[in-house]
Design a protein around this ligand. Structure first.
Ligand SMILES: Nc1nc2c(ncn2[C@@H]2O[C@H](COP(=O)(O)OP(=O)(O)OP(=O)(O)O)[C@@H](O)[C@H]2O)c(=O)[nH]1
Ligand SMILES: *[C@@H]1O[C@H](CO)[C@@H](O)[C@H](O)[C@H]1NC(C)=O
Ligand SMILES: *[C@@H]1O[C@H](CO)[C@@H](O)[C@H](O)[C@H]1NC(C)=O
Ligand SMILES: [Mg+2]
Length: 391
C-alpha cells in the first residue's frame, strides 16, 4: 500500500518527537534555567565558541618572565584585604587553571594597608606569573576634605532605613570611589593599559584559549563585561540628575554612537527608572571587568569623575563604581567597543554567566542565579542585547 507523502512526513515527525521525549526523560535532570521573560531566549543557551575577530593563541612567547615577549601591557588586578586570602587564592586558582597558566600575565594586588608576608607568599605560590603588591596612596583612599562627616552619618542612617547595603560602612564608600576614579592613577599602573579585575571568591568555569588582552587591543574594544544587572535605585537617586547636569555643561563628550537608550529604558522596570530619576539602573557588573584604562584616563572621564566626586554622592549616597563606569561608557564611548564576553564562564555570588560550551565545567548552562527566584528580575542583559546587541 502506497502511503501519501504528507502522511509519511507526519509519521516521521511523530517518531522524532517520541525520541525527543525519551531523551528529555533520561538526560540528567539539571535545574531548568528560568526564561528571561516572555519571548526572550537566553543567548547563553546557544552554542558558544570564541569571539569573532583576530585571536592570538598561547605560544612559547607567553612563557613566564622576560621570555614572555608576546604579552602586552596588561595585568590581572585585585583590590583585596589580607583577611580575604583564602577567597583570593580560590579565585586565582580558577583563573590560572582556565586561562592565565597559558599566558602568564602578572597579578597586581592593591590594599589600603600593607599586605602580610603570608598573603604574598601564598598568592605567589599559585601562579608562575609575577605578583606585585602595592599599598594605595593615602590621598587616593582617604575621604576627601569636602565631605562633611556629620552629613555623611546622617545620610548613611537614612540609606540604611531604605535597606541600602553597607551604607554606613565608610570603607565601602571609599572602595567604590577608588574603583570609580582612582585605581588607574596608581603609579604602579603607569605603564599598564589593560586590566582584568578579579575579586576574591569569584569563579571561572570555562577554558579560554586566546589572549583576551590582545583580543581587546586587536579588535578595538574598550570594555568587556559578563553580567548586566539592575542596581538598587535607593543607592543612587542623584547620580543621573548629576550626570545630566554634567552633560549640559559638556555636550561635546556625548559619543554619536552612545547607548543612551539602554541607560534610560523605562519599559522593563519603570519603578527603578522613576526612583533613580531617569536612569534604568542597568549596569555592567563591575566585579568582572576587562578594560582599557585609556578610557578612564581620558579628559571626558576625568571631568565626569571630578564632577561626581565634588557632588558628594560617593558618600552622601552610595554610588557604586558599577553604575558610574557604566554610565560613562554608555555616554562617552562608541557602544560597539563594549564587548560581552559570553564565552567566559563566571560567578560572583549570586549571579552567573554560564555559556553553552564543552569548554565549561562546574556551572549550569544558561542559569543566571542559584539564589532565590526573585533574583531573576535583577537580570538586565535583555536590555543590553535589545539596544546594543551581542557584540
Ligand atoms: N583592601 C581593601 N579591599 C577592600 C575594602 N573594601 C572592599 N575591598 C575589596 O573590594 C572588592 C569589592 O568589595 P566587596 O566587599 O566584595 O563588595 P561587593 O562585591 O559589592 O559586595 P559582596 O556582595 O559582599 O561581595 C573586593 O575585592 C574586596 O576585597 C577595603 O576596605 N580594603
Ligand atoms: C609597555 O609600556 C612601556 C612603557 O610605556 C613601553 O615602553 C613598552 O613599549 C610597552 N610595551 C608594549 C608591548 O606595548
Ligand atoms: C581599529 O581602529 C583602527 C583605528 O581607528 C582601525 O584602523 C582598525 O581598522 C580598527 N580595527 C578593527 C578590527 O576594527
Ligand atoms: Mg564582592
Amino acid at each position: 500500500m502506497a502511503v501519501a507523502r504528507p502522511v509519511r512526513a507526519l509519521a516521521l515527525a511523530a517518531i522524532l518527537l517520541w525520541f525527543f521525549f525519551i531523551w528529555q526523560l533520561f538526560t540528567p535532570s539539571s535545574p531548568r534555567p528560568k526564561p528571561l521573560g516572555s519571548l526572550e531566549r537566553d543567548p547563553n543557551l546557544d552554542p558558544t565558541g570564541e569571539p569573532e575577530g583576530h585571536l592570538v593563541y598561547a605560544s612559547k612567547d607567553y612563557a613566564p618572565g622576560p621570555a614572555g615577549t608576546a604579552r602586552i601591557n596588561a595585568t590581572l588586578l585585585a583590590l583585596v584585604r589580607n583577611e580575604e586570602l583564602d577567597g583570593m587564592l580560590q579565585a586565582m586558582r580558577d583563573l590560572e587553571r582556565t586561562w592565565n597558566h597559558k599566558f602568564n600575565y602578572p597579578w597586581t594586588f592593591f590594599n589600603d594597608v600593607p599586605f602580610s608576608d603570608e598573603f604574598k607568599k601564598k598568592t605567589q605560590a599559585v601562579t608562575k606569573a609575577e605578583c606585585r603588591y602595592h599599598v594605595i596612596p593615602k590621598e587616593h583612599w582617604e575621604v576627601p576634605s569636602w565631605i562633611n562627616n556629620d552629613l555623611f552619618k546622617e545620610s548613611a542612617k537614612m540609606l540604611e532605613e531604605q535597606k541600602v547595603q553597607y551604607a554606613s560602612m565608610v570603607s565601602y564608600h571609599q572602595m567604590c570611589r577608588w574603583n570609580s576614579g582612582l585605581f588607574y592613577k596608581h603609579p604602579a599602573l603607569a605603564d599598564m593599559q589593560y586590566y582584568w579585575r578579579v575579586e576574591p571568591k569569584v569563579h571561572f568555569f570555562c577554558d579560554v584559549d586566546y589572549d583576551v588582552f590582545r583580543y581587546m587591543q586587536d579588535n578595538n574594544k574598550t570594555y568587556g563585561f559578563t553580567i548586566n544587572l539592575y542596581d538598587s535605585p535607593q543607592s543612587i537617586p542623584n547620580l543621573w540628575p548629576e550626570t545630566l547636569k554634567f552633560l549640559a555643561e559638556h555636550p561635546e563628550y556625548l559619543h554619536e554612537r552612545n547607548a543612551m537608550n539602554w541607560l534610560t529604558d523605562k519599559d522593563r522596570r519603570p519603578e527603578h527608572n522613576k526612583k533613580a530619576n531617569g536612569y534604568s539602573t542597568c549596569h555592567f557588573w563591575s566585579n568582572f571587568e576587562i578594560a582599557d584604562m585609556s578610557f578612564w584616563r581620558s579628559k571626558a572621564y576625568e571631568d565626569y569623575f571630578n564632577h561626581l566626586d565634588r557632588a558628594g554622592g560617593f558618600f552622601y549616597e552610595r554610588w557604586g563604581d558599577a553604575p558610574v563606569h557604566s554610565i560613562a561608557l554608555a555616554l562617552f564611548e562608541d557602544s560597539s567597543r563594549i564587548h560581552w564576553f559570553r564565552d567566559i564562564g563566571y560567578q560572583h555570588i549570586p549571579f552567573f554567566n554560564c555559556p553553552n560550551s564543552p569548554k565549561c565545567k562546574g556551572c549550569v548552562t544558561g542559569r543566571f542565579t542559584d539564589g532565590e527566584a526573585f533574583l531573576y528580575k535583577e537580570d538586565c542583559r535583555p536590555n543590553w542585547f535589545k539596544y546594543v546587541g551581542y557584540g
